[in-house]
Design a protein around this ligand. Structure first.
Ligand code: NAD
Length: 673
């Protein structure tokens, strides 16, 4: 009969058998709401047994009731007792213990993702996106760290949904960590079954970058929003490649977690923005950050100031404290021309507080949510309909409206406004307005390979970040394409724009060779001792890493948008080429079952070994996406693939599709009938 003593003796990497003191959970730290708990008694018992697997037997009696209490009151077992007592933040790499540089680098990244300044619900290990976790509980956190301290450069740590399965021998050129999050068997790949699995401690939702430890704070979304806005201007307002949004008005709503990036992005793009927000505390945060320049609840003042700055061709971001519907109706009534229009209220959960209906203040909305949910639903539906008709009028008058990935159009449809659907019946053929990936990000960025490349200076030194900014800038030719010009400006002004929260990190959209050139340059600088080590990575919201038919791959039209082959190939190919960390997740950005997404982390130590890996893996990571988009007949990807084949003759080779004419297809079908 196996006993716990033998088990304990068989492990050298494990949690201590002394009971940690219960930590003080500070007031004022944002806490995750209670998660839905759907477990039956048998499953609750399993959840308890599963959590106790991490803990030596002498602590079971004390911890079993504590874990049960957490499960019943919070919907999950987080194991708060195992949370470190000291402040968690990404320290300089030399302050971590480890047997290889990657083991220490990953600890910097994990701690940065749990830093209170960075993380949404740090006590519940949630970095961002409401539920995106670094790992499931604090026992896993402690154990992962213990493993990373032992990891050598001839081993690979396997992590399944936050659980460190073990350390195994591999090669010096193998990934040091392979991790997956939330992957489910097809028939159970839905939020309901996943919620049970996670409550039992068997699965974790890593969002895009939280579970791969590559989140770097809000600057990632600022760059994406800047790119979206400026390219929307190019596409719809005829702005030339060498110009910006000067003199143009962008109206939107939301100054929350992600939406708060909008005013900063519009200022970097040199445009004029008015952003409606009902919650004053959200406005205050952005005001204190310097991301909005003026606050008013007077619409006349908002539009007059906007017009003054448009005339001067100067930038300003104005926060309108009030409802977006009032703002748009004012623009309609006063015949004010709006160039670009969007919305970033939390319409993925409109009835749970995500959308504040017209006529209610923020506090009244919060109260009604508690007292009369049905009334709130009724008001939300009415407001969404009015919101839609105001947008429609403005669009009829020449405004360009785009959905910003917040499910706004779906919410309007669900509110009963069928005319937002293309076929006016259901959503199977999409909506009458474009979405940002379909219209802008997909064709103008992802199809060329431009995506959210990022890096972290592991020394923690700000001077290293400045040196990397300059080095990255020197690799960009701003005259090649409009996108290159935007990226050049972004990195040139990055320091001035004060975007860093947490570790010394930077995001920079780049294409395949742009990313490779920057990576090699950084590695050379490390070799020459100009800077300390660097960790490279990217968001999964990118060209190749993510199959997500409602977002990243929404501009794939050959029928393959329901497949996930690309994300898996991207992940496996990165592992095969020796990236330091490879991650594969379920549901990043849109929820379980709706996407498969993968990312990587690559530690640069200045060695020639790393040069070798970079020159093969970095182009692959992006070109797998360009190749697939090219096969789906996306024009810009075909163009990029032709250039790639010419450039890489004798080395890489992409299969390019022949294009059959639509007339021929029509004729063939007609003749068959
Ligand atoms: N496009 C992207 O890349 C992207 C990325 C992340 C999130 N999103 C989506 O964008 C949405 C917003 O994300 P977030 O993190 O900012 O959410 P959030 O809830 O933090 O912010 C939304 C804000 O909208 C405000 N609001 C709600 N109704 C309003 C109204 N009628 N008028 C004015 N203000 C109103 C809320 O007070 C809140 O501050 C979500 O649906 C999210 O899924 C998009």
């Amino acid at each position: 009969m196996i006993n716990n003593l033998d088990i304990s003796k068989a492990m050298t990497i494990k949690l201590h058998d002394a009971l940690p003191e219960y930590p003080i959970l500070k007031e004022g730290v944002r806490r995750a709401p209670k998660r839905e708990l759907t477990l039956n008694e048998r499953e609750i018992k399993l959840a308890l047994k599963n959590a106790l697997r991490y803990v030596p037997e002498n602590l079971h009696e004390k911890l079993a009731p504590e874990f049960l209490e957490e499960l019943m009151t919070r919907g999950r077992i987080y194991g708060y007792r195992f949370m470190p007592k000291e402040r968690i933040y990404g320290k300089p790499i030399d302050e971590y213990k480890g047997n290889c540089i990657e083991g220490k680098a990953f600890q910097v990244m994990i701690d940065n993702n749990l830093n209170h300044e960075v993380a949404l619900y740090p006590y519940e290990l949630v970095t961002y996106g409401e539920t995106g976790q670094v790992c499931q509980n604090w026992m896993q956190y402690q154990l992962i760290k213990a493993y990373l301290e032992q990891l050598t450069d001839e081993q690979t740590l396997a992590i399944m949904s936050g659980h460190p399965l073990g350390l195994y021998k591999s090669h010096i050129t193998s990934p040091r960590t392979i991790l997956t999050n939330g992957l489910m068997i097809g028939m159970f790949d839905n939020p309901h079954d996943w919620a049970k699995a996670t409550a039992m401690g068997c699965s974790s939702y890593g969002q895009m970058t939280a579970g791969g430890w590559m989140y770097i704070g809000p600057q990632g979304i600022v760059h994406g929003t800047f790119n979206t806005l400026i390219n929307a201007g190019r596409k719809e307002l005829g702005i030339p490649d060498d110009k910006d949004l000067a003199g143009h008005l962008f109206i939107t709503s939301g100054l929350g977690g992600m939406s708060g990036a909008q005013p900063k992005a519009v200022e970097i793009a040199n445009g004029v923005g008015i952003i409606a927000e009902v919650d004053y505390s959200r406005i205050e945060t952005r005001l204190n950050q310097g991301w909005v320049s003026l606050v008013t609840d007077d619409l006349e003042k908002a539009f007059n100031t906007a017009s003054e700055y448009m005339d001067k061709k100067q930038t300003i971001s104005i926060a309108y404290h009030g409802n977006i519907v009032d703002l748009l109706e004012y623009a309609v009534e006063n015949n004010i021309h709006v160039d670009l229009l969007s919305d970033q209220t939390s319409c993925h959960v409109p009835y749970d507080g995500g959308y504040c209906p017209k006529g209610l203040t923020f506090d009244e909305r919060t109260e009604l949510l508690k007292t009369d949910r049905n009334k709130l639903i009724e008001l939300v539906d009415k407001s969404l309909a009015e919101h839609f008709y105001a947008i429609k009028t403005l669009v009829d008058r020449g405004t360009y409206f785009f959905d910003y990935g917040n499910a706004f159009m779906k919410a309007v449809f669900d509110a009963g406004v069928k005319e937002i659907a293309k076929n006016k019946v259901d959503t199977s053929e999409g909506f009458i307005f474009p979405s940002y990936v379909e219209d802008i990000m997909g064709p103008m960025l992802f199809d060329y390979g431009y995506g959210p490349f990022r890096w972290v200076c592991l020394s923690g030194k700000h001077e290293d970040l400045i040196k990397t900014d300059h080095a990255a800038m020197s690799t960009i030719d701003p005259t090649r394409r409009g996108q290159d010009r935007d990226n050049y400006i972004w990195i040139r002004d990055a320091e001035k724009n004060k975007l860093v929260v947490g570790t010394q990190a930077r995001i920079l959209y780049q294409d395949a060779f742009g990313r490779r050139d920057i990576a090699l340059k950084f590695n050379e600088m490390i070799r020459n001792k100009e800077i300390g080590p660097v960790m490279l990575g990217r968001d999964h919201h990118d060209t190749g890493g993510t199959d997500s038919p409602f977002r990243e791959t929404s501009n794939i039209y050959d029928g393959s948008n329901v497949t996930a082959d690309m994300a898996i190939h991207c992940f496996a190919g990165n592992a095969a080429r020796g990236m330091s960390l490879v991650a594969l997740h379920n549901g990043g950005g849109v929820g379980i079952g709706k996407s498969i997404n993968g990312g990587f982390g690559m530690v640069l130590d200045g060695s020639e070994r790393v040069d070798e890996i970079l020159s093969k893996s970095i182009p692959w990571d992006t070109m797998v996406g360009v190749s697939r988009r090219n096969w789906a007949r996306n024009e810009h990807s075909i163009k990029t693939s032709i250039e790639y084949n010419n450039k890489c003759e004798g080395q890489d080779h992409i299969t390019i599709p022949y294009i059959a004419s639509d007339d021929l297809i029509e004729k063939t079908l007609k003749n068959y009938k």
